[in-house]
Design a protein around this ligand. Structure first.
Ligand code: NAD
Ligand code: ZN
Ligand code: ZN
Length: 281
């Protein structure tokens, strides 16, 4: 009864080629095959990584593609063998999959599942076909999940059922940005109470780092961004000081050293440029 064989026509944002802006199109979304789930996307975040796709920064992305990887929605139909969700369930789609069976999923210190983009291509679903077509052309998937579409089809191992009362427009951020930033502070750096932290870049991920440092009990959280409009929100979330590199003659890392005596205990680069990664070190 839960199998739906209909093709759904809906809207999606398609990236036709590197360097081209997203184009709002009508697409066809085929029904889910075995161990796949078709999801009605209710909310999606926009992560800077989606923009890196449009810029052509990733060599392993095939165009045309539907980007987007911070999605939350409602299961529309399920393919054969799907056991963890049923139509009507609220779900989050993961930026990083969790097959639950590989060595990385079983190791509590890692989460780069062998079904993630570091190990396998996600431009097509696991059976090497796409569920999306547009104007007669096959459109590729992105990170398995392509959330810039009103409906998407994903492998079962890229989603999780969530509480029916969860606000989808907020929990979609758990799919990538929030988990990446908060987890960097709590799980990767293991920030200690009373320590000093610097956070370079106050986008969705950087603000989540600030929240993680605060939750870990850091006594100073110095937020750095070239855009001062980010400072009010950063302070609201736990930054104790905010600085803009443009306000200083000397390099920002020297400013941080002066502010702290010997530099910070933890430094987070949350912009994504090689230059700031070196300065952060
Ligand atoms: P964002 O664009 O929302 O935020 C970046 C911030 O950096 C902006 O506030 C910008 O003003 C600031 N900035 C830019 N240049 C700066 C400079 N020279 N000095 C100080 N501040 C500067 O991006 P986001 O969505 O928060 O993502 C941040 C980075 O993390 C991106 O490169 C993204 O691709 C990457 N990312 C990685 C993962 C992962 O590895 N799992 C997950 C999510 C995002
Ligand atoms: Zn992301
Ligand atoms: Zn796995």
């Amino acid at each position: 009864h839960s199998l739906s064989l209909q093709v759904i026509r809906c809207r999606a944002a398609v990236a036709w080629a590197v360097g081209k802006p997203l184009s709002l199109e009508e697409v066809e979304v085929a029904p889910p095959k075995a161990r796949e789930v078709r999801v009605k996307i209710v909310a999606t975040g926009i992560c800077r990584t989606d923009d890196h796709v449009l810029e052509g920064s990733f060599l392993d992305i095939d165009f045309p593609v539907i980007p987007g990887h911070e999605g939350a929605g409602i299961v529309e139909s399920i393919g054969e063998g799907v056991t963890s969700v049923k139509p009507g369930d609220k779900v989050i789609l993961f930026g990083l999959p969790q097959c639950g069976e590989c060595c990385f999923c079983k190791n509590p210190d890692s989460n780069y599942c062998l079904m993630s983009h570091l190990s396998v291509s996600q431009c097509l679903l696991p059976d090497k076909t796409s569920r999306f077509t547009c104007r007669g052309k096959q459109i590729h998937h992105f990170l398995w999940i392509s959330t810039f579409a009103e409906y998407t089809v994903v492998p079962e191992f890229t989603l999780a059922k969530i509480d029916a009362a969860a606000p989808l427009d907020k929990v979609c951020l758990l799919a990538c940005g929030f988990s990446t930033g908060y987890g960097a502070a709590i799980n990767t750096a293991k920030v200690k109470p009373g320590s000093t932290c610097a956070v370079f870049g106050l986008g969705g991920v950087g603000l989540s780092v600030v929240m993680g440092c605060k939750a870990a009990g850091a006594s100073r959280i110095i937020a750095v961004d070239v855009n001062k409009e980010k400072f009010a929100r950063a302070k609201e979330l736990g930054a104790t000081e905010c600085i803009s590199p443009g306000d200083f003659q000397k390099p920002v890392q020297e400013v941080l050293t002066e502010m702290t005596g010997y530099g910070v205990d933890y430094s987070f680069e949350v912009i994504g440029t090689a230059d700031t990664m070196v300065r952060g070190l």
